[in-house]
Design a protein around this ligand. Structure first.
Ligand SMILES: [Zn+2]
Length: 342
């Protein structure tokens, strides 16, 4: 089985976009709507949005199951208040749940949280628990910067985040550390803000003792870990200067990286530097980079091709990257698959 641990519902029917536009237009006059009940998307519309897009590409490229979360750039936690985010997250999560219900062999949900800048993380727990208990979701996306590029929250090692970590540990769900749209002109959303956040999150963990407090907490750092694998020597050296343990002991029981790196040399570096036990297959399709690489003639985000072409990886390594590591990091997914005979 090939599990893609990083997919977003970027092809949701336009009605969702229209509903959000009205919500944003009426931030100061919420009594003008839109009401939740005004969003009406039929199962047929959901099917159509998936079959000809995400599912067609999964079949063509050879992945079986996608851990599917709401569109990351649309989370936009910086917009409005907690109530704005709560309503928006609930709608987006419900759509991912419905997709997973319609295509149970191909999709399982990961939740967007109703984060809002400066708001206590405890407010996110009811949505998280609904998604885990009622929707069968297996993970969450955690935005380390709900201000959208201004970094106003404390680092991920701060106790600010602990109420959420306690629930993650209790329910055995990992978090993909995933920012949303940048509203800071200095940072392009997918080209800079995402990769900065990946690198920043790793360093916040490195300088702290977070995983002493939460030995079973698991973070998945997407986009190949940002700059982390490329600068692994710098991070090892900094850990040494800070009298931290070796990174293998300090962070690699808790931090994992995905394969959303869109060229062969990047995947070769990732798989050479980071232990294969810490790498999970992902494509982030249909997402950040949608074009065809003129150097290869293949889509940039057809990441399975890079794993297949990696001569350094054994068949067992590939099995870990494609399936076994995801089942380890997402225990609730593993349980669901076992029940279904996989
Ligand atoms: Zn993403």
């Amino acid at each position: 089985m090939i599990i893609d641990c990083h997919g977003h519902y970027t092809t949701a029917p336009k009605a969702l976009d229209d509903w959000r536009s009205k919500q944003v237009a009426n931030l100061l006059t919420p009594e003008l709507g839109p009401r939740v009940s005004e969003l009406r998307i039929s199962d047929d519309e959901l099917r159509e949005s998936i079959v000809n897009n995400q599912l067609a590409l999964m079949k063509k490229r050879g992945s079986d199951l996608t851990i599917f979360s709401p569109r990351a750039s649309f989370m936009a936690h910086h917009i409005g208040s907690f109530n704005t985010s709560a309503t928006w997250a609930a709608l987006c999560n419900e759509l991912c749940y419905r997709v997973a219900q319609l295509f149970p062999d191909h999709f399982v949900g990961a939740a967007m949280l109703p984060q809002s800048p400066g708001v206590d993380l405890k407010t996110c727990i009811p949505e998280l628990e609904k998604c885990v208990r009622d929707y069968g979701f297996v993970g969450i996306n955690l935005n380390p910067d709900p201000s959208g590029g201004h970094w106003r929250e404390p680092p991920l090692s701060d106790r600010h985040w602990y109420p959420l970590y306690e629930k993650m540990v209790e329910h055995q769900i990992p978090a993909m550390i995933h920012v949303s749209t940048s509203c800071n002109d200095c940072f392009h959303t997918t080209g800079a803000h995402y990769l900065n956040a990946d690198t920043t999150a790793f360093m916040q963990c490195l300088t702290s003792d977070l995983f002493k407090d939460f030995p079973t907490l698991k973070f998945l750092i997407p986009h190949g870990g940002g700059a982390v694998p490329y600068h692994w020597g710098r991070f090892r050296g900094l850990a040494q200067e800070l009298n931290k343990p070796l990174l293998s002991e300090h962070l690699l029981n808790n931090i994992y990286f995905d394969t959303c790196v869109y060229h062969q040399p990047g995947i070769d570096l990732l798989t050479k530097v980071i232990p294969v036990d810490n790498i999970l297959f992902a494509s982030e399709m249909i997402g950040a980079v949608r074009g065809i690489d003129p150097e290869t003639g293949f889509y940039f985000d057809d990441t399975k091709r890079y794993i297949e072409n990696s001569s350094a990886l054994s068949a067992q390594d590939k099995h870990k990257i494609y399936e076994a590591n995801a089942r380890k990091v997402f225990p609730r997914l593993d349980q669901q698959l076992k029940i279904r005979g996989f």
